[in-house]
Each structure stands twice: as C-alpha cells, then as structure tokens.
Ligand binder design. Structure first.
Ligand SMILES: [Fe+2]
Length: 217
C-alpha cells in the first residue's frame, strides 16, 4: 500500500463488518430464489471464504493453490458482472455507478496480478492480500447496499430473467460451470490438483478446441 493510500484510508475509514452484514441481510431480503442477485450474493460469500482460505494457509504450496482458486472466482465473477450486470445498471441508473464499479474491478485485477509476484509466505504478501480483500469488501458493500438494489428495483421482470441467465452463463464460461467444486477447494485447498504448468485442473480455462459452440442468435 502506498503512503497516499494509507493517508486516504486514515481520513476516510471504510464501513465496518456490522454495516456490511446489515447490507447483505437487506440484499438477501430483496433477492428472489435463483435470481441474478441471489447468485451474486452466493458468489460474494464464496469469494470471502476464498480470501480467508488464502490468509489461513500455513505453507506456500497451500497458499498458492488457494490463491489460484480465489483468482478464478474473482475473475469469473467480475467478468460476468462487467459483461451483464454493469451494462444493465447503466441502463437503469446512468453511468455513475457502473463507471465506479468497472474502475474498482480493474484495480482488483491489477492488484491480484501484483500479488502473484510476491513470495507467498512473506509479510508483503499478507499486506497486499489484506489490501485487496479490504478493497473488494468495499466494492461488494457498494453493490449490495446501493447499486444492485437500484437495478433490482428498476429492471423489468423479463430483464431480471435475462440477467440471471446471462450472468450464470458468463460466470460458468470462466469458472467451468461448477462453482460447487470451487466451494470444496475453498474449504480444503489441498483438494485441488495441479498440472505441469501449475494450473489447477478443476478451474483452468478451457482450450478453444474444448469450448462448446454457442448459438449466435
Ligand atoms: Fe460483485
């Protein structure tokens, strides 16, 4: 974290855990079973558990495996929001929320790439991890307390159905259609296996020849 980041955080403290939980409870009350918002809330909780698994890992290989699970979940989730949810947010609430959302997720991707360059058991790694976790928590809070409530309240019923289908489609395209296995890995990072290139076999991105053809219409 830069000196400027530290000063900014000191004068503008983030919302606390209780505020986060209150926002989540409210968002869950607004979500319908199986809709786009309930899927996103599930994925937010999965991402939080993945951050905790990285932090609690006791050895470098375990931490590196947990970091890969976290990176896949974060990227799959961010890609789906950026392709489907934020454009819809722009339609119902203007560019303001979505512009901030895109910017924050771009920063998270940049910081996750920087994390990969650090020694996994070093203090610098843990400091960077905590900085990313805090930034993602703030981003999630904005989504759950304001941005997504606006989308839920203002999108038409047919659009809500399309958002759920398209969000899931984009998330599955990257994560591999099996968030349950990610859940298992978050709980037990040792369960993931790596190939010779160090890519987890459960969450690698399919080769172009392996990807299913999608209808164009
Ligand atoms: Fe999100």
């Amino acid at each position: 974290m830069s000196v400027i980041d530290t000063i900014v955080e000191a004068v503008a403290p983030r919302e606390n855990e209780r505020t986060h939980q209150e926002a989540r409870t409210k968002a869950k009350a607004v979500a319908d079973s199986g809709d786009w918002l309930s899927l996103i809330l599930e994925h937010h909780e999965l991402i939080e558990a993945a951050f905790a698994a990285v932090k609690s890992a006791g050895a470098a290989p375990t931490r590196t495996a947990a970091q890969k699970v976290l990176a896949v979940l974060l990227t799959g989730h961010a890609n789906a929001e950026e392709s489907v949810i934020y454009p819809a947010l722009t339609r119902v609430a203007g560019k303001g929320y979505a512009t901030e959302a895109y910017s924050e997720q771009a920063t998270a991707k940049t910081e996750m790439a920087a994390l990969e360059t650090l020694a996994p058991m070093s203090p610098e790694y843990l400091q960077k991890l905590e900085h990313i976790r805090d930034a993602v928590a703030h981003h999630v809070y904005q989504e759950e307390s304001t941005w997504f409530l606006a989308l839920k309240a203002n999108a038409s019923a047919p659009e809500q159905i399309t958002l759920a289908r398209r969000y899931k489609e984009e998330f599955d395209r990257y994560v591999g259609g099996d968030a349950e296995s990610a859940s298992t890995e978050v709980a037990n990072p040792e369960s993931s296996s790596e190939n010779a290139e160090g890519i987890t076999t459960q969450h690698r991105v399919p080769e172009p020849s392996e990807r299913r053809e999608l209808p164009l219409a």
